[in-house]
Ligand binder design. Structure first.
Ligand code: IPM
Ligand code: MG
Length: 360
């Protein structure tokens, strides 16, 4: 029997990124060993803020091109207390996402077993969402500038770019994802009352694309009203699509409503598979807990599930998700972000045991 091989680029980055990516790779290896049908070959890249402070760049000039030969990327976090956040973001994460055209950012949110939502009377059955974030343009397009620095007439602009091509492809992706889920329900989020150009184009393109997906029921929400609906009527939502910035904000709210940002995963996808996709936990580098061994690795493990799924390893993905849910169900295996006392090691060992278990 020939064994499928997947080449993975690991970019742990900064802070707890190093700790959770190390744990994620252990779990990935164990998943491959348990499955037997595939193997992973990993290459490590020490890109991040340390490198920036030493060499003046987060990654080498040909860095992103080197990534092109991989099947997927596992990313940790980037951010350091002594480097401005916009420098780290544009220096590494956006440099990869935008250059590799990973235009669909996918953020599933569920209340996992054993986890309590801060919302009263809301359980697992009431909150099962996937947020699709446009990941290549919008408010993160990077256009704008500053002139007359330091003078009273100083001016700064950030121009949001919304293109018909960019909106159409993210809409097709979101409608397709909604159709693949049992409820076939999509909510399109904009702010087309106030932002009367780009957001109105979003509404128009959503309507056009909806004609290609007659099975999908869809509605529109303004982003401010959407925050209310997420809190007071979470069960009315399923798949959600929004701009880069709106979905950034809504996905933090979603992660908090599902119990902890330490759990939430992300996939940065190039759906056409012209380039490798990148998988990462939503939490950042978390310098307050770096080196303490208490980072929650579940966000990385769930991101690894998404990676396995993307690589076509559906059985291994499903098995890892079952293992994760078995572990979160036990409060003795909760890290401090969930109010527990477990360490990254404890949680990792428990997930490894569950993967290797006979009936996993
Ligand atoms: C996210 C993060 C990033 C973003 C930060 C770290 C710049 O909040 O992935 O949601 O805004 O894209
Ligand atoms: Mg965010």
């Amino acid at each position: 029997m020939s064994v499928r091989k997947h080449r993975i680029a690991a970019i742990p980055g900064d802070g707890i990124g190093k700790e959770v990516v190390a744990a994620g790779l252990e779990v990935l290896e164990a998943s491959a060993a348990r499955d037997g049908g595939f193997a992973v070959e990993t290459e490590h890249f020490d890109w991040g803020s340390e490198r920036y402070k030493r060499d003046g760049a987060f990654l080498p000039e040909d860095g992103v091109d080197r990534l092109r030969t991989f099947d997927a990327i596992l990313f940790g976090a980037v951010g350091a207390p002594d480097v401005p956040d916009h420098v780290t973001l544009w220096g590494l994460r956006l440099a990869i996402c935008q250059t590799l055209d990973q235009y669909a950012n996918v953020r599933p949110t569920r209340i996992l077993p054993g986890i309590t939502s801060p919302l009263r009377n809301v359980g697992a059955a009431d909150l099962d969402w996937v947020i699709v974030r446009e990941n290549s343009e919008g408010e993160y397009a990077g256009q704008g500038g500053r002139t007359h620095r330091g003078l009273p007439e100083e001016v700064a602009t950030d121009v949001a770019i919304h293109t018909r091509a960019g909106i159409t492809r993210i809409m097709r992706f979101a409608f397709g994802l909604a159709r693949s889920r049992p409820r076939k329900l999509l909510t399109v989020v904009t702010k087309s009352n106030a932002q009367r150009h780009g957001m109105v184009l979003w509404d128009e393109v959503a309507k056009e694309v909806s004609a290609e997906f007659p099975e999908v029921t869809w509605d529109k929400m303004l982003v401010d009203a959407m925050t209310v609906r997420m809190v007071v009527n979470p069960g009315s939502l399923d798949t959600i699509v929004a701009t880069n910035l709106h979905a950034d904000i809504l996905s933090d709210l979603a992660a908090a409503l599902a119990g902890s940002i330490g759990i939430a995963p992300t996939a940065n996808l190039n759906p056409e598979r012209r380039t490798p996709s990148m998988f990462e936990p939503i939490h950042g580098s978390a310098f307050d807990i770096t080196g303490k061994g208490i980072a929650n690795p579940i966000g990385t493990f769930w991101s690894t599930v998404m990676m396995l799924d993307h690589l076509g390893e559906k059985d291994a993905a499903a098995r890892l998700m079952v293992a994760i849910e078995r572990v979160t169900a036990d409060p003795a295996l909760h890290t401090p972000d969930l109010g527990g006392k477990a360490t990254t090691r404890d949680v990792t060992d428990a997930v490894l045991a569950a993967i290797r278990g006979r009936n996993a």
